[in-house]
Write a protein that binds this ligand. Structure first.
Ligand SMILES: [Zn+2]
Ligand SMILES: [Zn+2]
Length: 318
């Protein structure tokens, strides 16, 4: 608890400090002032020595804490990589529509993380009941690392077909179009996803894992998919030729997000490019795509519209 409070105090001080630096360096002062105001408000409300009246158990409090920690951790991992080796240096961290994606980050990560703790964990517990004992016994005898690899293969093949359905079934596409509406990709653009899309994909991908894999493998997969799915959206230029043939790197998934004809309905796999090779949907030239986003379609520019429109089938004219 003490360490946590020290950490929070450091963050508040850092927020004010960065606010001052940003207001000196940047032409637009809104961001810096908002940051400083929030940090000052946090200090006024008690700062890091704020009293906790009740025991912290679930509820909104833990959701918000988790969101901030999650966002901070992801930003610490990915933002420096994107700043150091960007594919599109002019894009910047605070690109167009980044605030929309923060809303998505909050709306998808928050329920999904809570879901992971409140629903998925018990349902991983349900492995005991859903599991096929013979299969569990067989997989359980394989070395753990191999089990983990096998789980990623099973999950990605399942993801392939669910993802394909989201592209090919017009009703499902309405939901998935939200994810494809980003005109520039980076770590946080990957969060832009309708909750129906997110929930269905997560649920259907986890289901086969529960039949034969242990809890520890399923959990390891959850952590892996969170990190890797964020990574493949990054604005990160360097390529490792030997690796990108085996593991999905940003350039591969960027081709999935292009609005150029050649890349439409290609590269559905999230982890292994060879799955697309097997099913004939592989497209991976040596270059990067030039244009991103929807191909001749227009969707609502705001979160509320993007959330409601797919249900009622409201169309916007480009
Ligand atoms: Zn897609
Ligand atoms: Zn994507």
């Amino acid at each position: 608890m003490h360490t946590m409070r020290v950490l929070i105090q450091c963050l508040i001080v850092a927020a004010i400090l960065f606010g001052v630096i940003s207001s000196i360096l940047r032409k637009k002062k809104t961001l810096a002032l908002t940051g400083m105001l929030l940090a000052i408000a946090a200090t006024a409300l008690g700062g890091s020595s704020v009293r906790i009246n009740d025991n912290l158990q679930g509820g909104l409090g833990i959701g918000l804490d988790w969101f901030l920690l999650d966002m901070l951790l992801m930003a610490i991992i990915y933002v420096p990589l994107e700043r150091l080796w960007p594919q599109y240096p002019k894009q910047g961290t605070f690109r167009n529509e980044w605030t929309l994606d923060v809303v998505y980050f909050r709306s998808t990560h928050l329920p999904i993380q809570i879901l992971s703790f409140l629903v998925l964990l018990p349902s991983i517990q349900a492995t005991k009941y859903l599991g096929v004992p013979a299969l569990q016994g067989f997989i359980g005898r394989i070395p753990w690392l191999l089990q983990f690899f096998l789980a990623i293969v099973v999950a990605d093949v399942t993801e392939y077909f669910v993802h394909l359905a989201f592209h090919k079934v017009p009703f499902l596409w309405r939901f998935h179009a939200v994810h494809h509406s980003s005109k520039a990709l980076d770590w946080i653009a990957g969060s832009r996803s309708h909750f129906v899309d997110d929930t269905l994909v997560r649920g259907l991908v986890l289901a086969p894992l529960m039949l034969g894999f242990s809890q520890s493998v399923a959990l390891a997969y959850l952590i892996f998919v969170t990190l890797h799915a964020t990574w493949v959206h990054c604005n990160f230029g360097p390529n490792a030729k030997w690796l990108e043939r085996f593991l999905v790197m940003p350039r591969y998934h960027h081709w999935h997000h292009t609005s150029q004809k050649e890349g439409i309905d290609k590269n559905f796999a999230i982890h292994f490019p060879w799955i697309d090779k097997v099913f004939g949907t592989y497209h991976f030239p040596d270059t990067w795509p030039v244009h991103y986003g929807l191909d001749g379609e227009e969707i609502s520019p705001n979160f509320l519209g993007q959330t409601i429109d797919p249900f009622i089938g409201r169309k916007r004219t480009p």
